[in-house]
Design a binder for this molecule. Sequence first.
Ligand code: ATP
Length: 293
Amino acid sequence: MMQAVYQAAAKINLALDILGRRGDGYHLMRMVMQSVSLFDLVTLEVIPGASGIHLECSAPEIPCDSRNLAWKAAERLLEAAGIQAAVHISIEKNIPSQAGMAGGSADAAAVLAGLNEMLGDPLPKERLYETGLSVGADVPFCMAGGTKLVEGIGERISPLPQLPESFFIIAKPVSGVATGPCFQRYDRLIQAEHPDIPAMLTALQGGNRPDIFRHMKNVLEQAADCTAVAELQKSLAAFHPLGCAMTGSGSAVAAAFGSKAEAENCLRGLAHLREKGTRLFFVTPVPYGVLRI
Ligand code: ATP
């Protein structure tokens, strides 16, 4: 039996835009994504030659069967590699669900990258990413990690310069936003305010923090239909972040600061929101999506 433990990093969107729709209904995205220091811990045990997938998760509301993205990832990897093995997956959940932080996708990415590594790299990188995309649109990014431009439905991933030192406060209200209905509401909008992603990319090349974060924006904010998101954005804005935007399809909101002290001040100032069930996280950017520890 082989065993290994992996950190699966959450992501935030520094920018999220929708450029159109494919014939099959999938939305064509352009996003600047960033992995951050909030991790699920994924423990993998593999018995080559045996069979069966087992999964346990510390969060009781998350399904522990084939609906779990980590389970799907294990099934698809074994199938694509033509390998028979029993896999036990144990997930210690820290990333909130229905937050737009790719919690499920991060676990799937850890299972794909981890199993492939433990089994001696049977799938080349390209096949691994293809298999990831078949599990979920955010899975390829979660394997790549760091600071990336993500386009198409999530399959085109281009490297970007690392962020200059920065600090984020993420606030996740009790209410979540379900991804599918959020996109459907977006489709019914008559007009939407789009982020200026080319300007953010130019700013990233220059490495100037205020320039970069000034362009933080998410076109789905207008479709989130969640008063808690709008309220949290107001609460965070009171601490004068360099930028602030909802991440993914919500409901978490991320605010960027140029110093640790400013971010900590915001965290202290919003601590009372925890009484109503809002979860607050202090995170920094990390240059990876999955890390064996
Ligand atoms: P995204 O940023 O990709 O939109 P999300 O914020 O919607 O992600 P997830 O943590 O991926 O949040 O959870 C969405 C739903 O997916 C959950 O309600 C849960 O039932 C299901 N799910 C399947 N597998 C997992 C997993 N490993 N971890 C969390 N949720 C999972």
